[in-house]
Design a protein around this ligand. Sequence first.
Ligand SMILES: [Zn+2]
Length: 171
Amino acid sequence: MIVFDLACREAGHVFEIWFGSSDDYESQKKRGLIACPYCGSTDVDKAVMAPRITAKSNQRSEVIRAPLESPPPVVGPSPSGAVVPMASASPSPEAFKAMVQALAEVQAKMLKGSEFVGRRFADEARSMHLGEQDSRPIHGQATIEEAQALIEEGIQVAPLPLPVRPPGQDN
Ligand SMILES: [Zn+2]
């Protein structure tokens, strides 16, 4: 079996017809057996088809970044020392949305049982590190300088994948 893209000369209708062989097409055409299914014209010929171009996925290298709140929220001290995986690819908007969704789930798990201490984060983390209070999972806000100071003091802090809205400050 062979398929031909055919077109009627009068109106230019394009249609496909299967034949047993290339010879079948020639003989049926000669006998006027091939008719345009749209207008019935038997004056048909092989259609000139544009090459079929496979649409490639639009690979844009545009990097979309989540807006960061300032100061950046940080989490810690983390007993597991969890490393937050950051995507390095350039995602499509859909992939980016899915990625943010995934990050939000990871973050929700990270923050489960963690206390939001807001701007007291650096003080609280340092206090726990010094043994002034029992260690517990906390998250809050710190400036870059505060976070760097904590790290230099050997206190484990990690930036959260997504900005955190302080409780009670929605909208
Ligand atoms: Zn036609």
